[in-house]
Design a protein around this ligand. Structure first.
Ligand code: ATP
Ligand code: MG
Length: 322
């Protein structure tokens, strides 16, 4: 294979299988992670963290091959350690260190010289938004602050390949936005950043490429817009009015469109249906049926929709959700 031994930052996994006793966490997992920000999306227990740990050489797969920029993480661990940064899912911080001491210490473990590690650690703590608190013990930090320090230690040695395992975990909405913005900033230079999460929304904010994993298997990967395609036609219409009029309206929709759900709440009905045309017919219909058209908008696809859509495609559309 004319595969590059160059510094393309590509991560290649071929047929990786990892089990924890009887649990098969990764099942013959093959994937090529391109450069840029890539989402590793999947529900709890899908195998995201296991995949990251396997690539990093932190656990030994039962079988399969892994290459990071052409290097084997098991036999060339020193080279790989210098070129990768890792933000683990769980706490990796040492509570009785101050943030500045810890980040600089971990920088040295990642191969930095002591005299370089300290100024660079200050720079990175500035970058993630940890101010004077950097001189306080980490044991006094909030979850959000710890997430920031975890990011700082992952990038302190300026790695070209970054693994961020659930970086927004435990953060409030403002903190999440900040974290996602930082990830975007880091990606400005030519890096590969694999971001694991179960939140589609987070990935959509930082990346347009995702790999979707479930039950230790790669379900699908590619451009997010393309993965979400087909959901665009799923529309929501909300109407208000007397109940019989709303029922009438819903009945006409059911006759002409594929209606997915009709939910009648006090004075308002929400209808989810497939519509490939504009909304003109609906305006006309609402006037005819004497209901008030309150809203009409595309339904946002969820991660579950992508799973279901992909599984349906794989089953040749035979499955119809009944
Ligand atoms: N140390 C372990 N011992 C036993 N089973 C484990 C261990 N670590 C993970 N597993 C199991 O392996 C499977 C994959 O777990 P993994 O942590 O990789 O999933 P994940 O996608 O990261 O999930 P989450 O979103 O909850 O972090 C799960 O069934 C999990 O219970
Ligand atoms: Mg995990």
């Amino acid at each position: 294979m004319a595969e590059s031994e160059d510094n393309s930052n590509t991560i290649v996994s071929k047929g990786i299988t990892v089990s924890y006793g009887p649990i098969l966490a990764l099942d013959n997992f093959s994937v090529e992670v391109p450069s840029g920000i890539v989402g590793l999306l999947g529900p709890n227990g899908a195998g995201k963290s296991t995949f990251i740990k396997a690539i990093l050489g932190l656990l030994t797969p039962d079988k399969g091959q892994i290459k990071i920029a052409g290097h084997n993480p098991f036999t060339e661990s020193a080279i790989v350690r210098d070129m990768v940064g890792y933000m683990p899912e769980h706490d990796c911080l040492i509570d009785n260190f101050t943030a500045i001491d810890l980040v600089s210490y971990l920088g040295q473990i990642s191969g930095m010289k002591k005299r370089d590690a300290m100024p660079r650690s200050h720079e990175m703590l500035d970058f993630v938004g940890i101010g004077e608190e950097r001189y306080r013990l980490i044991s006094s930090y909030s979850t959000g602050m710890k997430q920031r320090v975890k990011l700082a230690q992952a990038i302190v040695h300026d790695p070209n390949i970054l693994f961020l395992d659930e970086p927004t975990n435990g953060m409030d909405p403002h903190g999440r936005e900040d974290m996602l913005a930082l990830i975007k900033k880091i990606s400005d230079s030519d890096k590969t950043i694999l971001v694991s999460t179960h939140i589609l929304d987070d990935i959509e904010k930082v990346s347009d490429h995702a790999m979707i994993i479930s039950n230790g298997r790669l379900i699908t990967q590619g451009n997010l817009d393309e993965l979400l395609e087909g959901k665009e036609n799923l529309k929501i219409v909300k109407i208000r009015g007397p109940e019989p009029a709303m029922k009438d309206f819903a009945k006409v929709l059911e006759d002409s469109y594929e209606v997915r759900s009709v939910i009648l709440e006090s004075g308002q009905t929400t209808i989810q249906f497939i519509n490939t045309d504009g909304g003109n017919d609906l305006f006309k219909l609402s006037r005819e049926k004497n209901v008030q058209l309150r809203a009409y908008y595309p339904e946002r696809a969820t991660l579950e929709d992508v799973f279901i859509g992909t599984l349906e495609q794989q089953n040749g559309g035979a499955e119809n959700g009944n």
